[in-house]
Design a protein around this ligand. Structure first.
Ligand SMILES: [Mn+2]
Length: 318
């Protein structure tokens, strides 16, 4: 396994924390300001150099930049121009040795929680989702439109991804619910995700981001899921959760429903050897939350916990 962490585009405390914890591989978010031109080799080089100079090698882009991806998923009039730009990312990634993009198929509403102060162990706070607390928006998209837009995107990009040796790694919907108001969601159960990865447009460049907790929330058995997707898993979100009435909440990595050490051993036994990063941590004592789910102290704990498990699996956490 390749120990990695999530890095926002500009240096911040999380960069330093990851480095202090011994993380040398980066899952990086591209800049989203007007100064960054995604079509410019020089701009990509500058982003890459900033990480390399810091001591982190970028290995995965996460997420697909929303300014492109939102139009692609919604299938609106800007879609084709955005797909062109997404295809243009691939040779740049190849040149810099960044071999995968983690993308999702949540249109209009992305990662969503209904509160960020749910009590966790010892008074820590975590994010939670409960459908009863969700307030619908005006946005609208059907399941049929989502499937159609998904196929359109894969048909356009995958031959290019194959040519450049880049993996597109699908992340399940979070929360995995069929509707948020009138916004449909499709990557919400194993049948749909299987179809999305194996059937719509089969390709060696299409794989899965195994965000463990989403499969747990769907009611799936992670041990079975890992076997089913063993050759498709290109990235692991090491995440725990627990179910609550009408939804779920995040937990400390050692305090949710999933047997984290056993799962990691299972992946290693299956020969899965990919970047892994921790996901969604609690906000801890005296912490002024900057970005619920991604605060600093919980991250120290989670990365340390993951490193211990990797060591116990006798795999290299480098
Ligand atoms: Mn995830």
């Amino acid at each position: 396994m390749i120990l990695s962490d999530y890095f926002r585009s500009a240096p911040d405390a999380a960069w330093q924390i990851a480095k202090e914890c011994g993380v040398a591989h980066g899952v990086i978010r591209l800049p989203e300001d007007k100064d960054f031109d995604i079509t410019s080799d020089a701009h990509w080089d500058a982003v890459h150099k900033r990480f390399v100079d810091f001591g982190v090698k970028p290995v995965i882009i996460e997420p697909m930049p929303n300014e492109l991806h939102d139009h692609i998923k919604a299938g609106d009039e800007k879609r084709d121009a955005c797909i062109e730009k997404a295809i243009g990312m691939l040779p740049k990634m190849e040149r810099l040795g960044i071999s995968a993009i983690c993308f999702n198929w949540m249109a209009h509403i992305g990662w969503l929680r209904t509160r960020s102060d749910y009590p966790e162990r010892g008074g820590a706070k975590v994010t939670a989702f409960q459908m009863d607390d969700f307030t619908p928006t005006e946005a609208k998209i059907t399941h049929a439109e989502l499937w159609e837009n998904y196929k359109y995107f894969l048909d356009a990009i995958l031959s290019h991804a194959e040519k450049h040796g880049i993996q597109l790694l699908l992340h399940p919907d979070d929360p995995p619910v069929p509707y948020l108001g009138d916004v449909g969601r499709i990557m919400i159960n194993n049948a749909n995700i299987h179809k999305a990865i194996f059937d719509i447009h089969p390709s060696d460049s299409l794989g899965l981001t195994l965000c463990q907790a989403n499969f747990h929330i769907m009611g799936e058995d992670l041990f079975r899921i890992a076997r089913e997707y063993k050759d498709k898993i290109g990235f692991i979100h090491f995440r725990n959760t627990t179910l609550i009435p009408g939804g779920f909440r995040e937990t400390y990595h050692d305090n949710g429903d999933l047997p984290m050490a056993k799962l990691m051993q299972h992946y290693v036994d299956l020969g899965i050897d990919v970047p892994v990063r921790v996901d969604h941590v609690p906000t801890m004592a005296n912490e002024n939350s900057q970005f619920a789910g991604y605060d600093a102290l919980g991250r120290y704990f989670a990365i340390g916990y993951l490193k211990g498990i990797l060591e116990s699996c006798k795999v290299t956490a480098d």
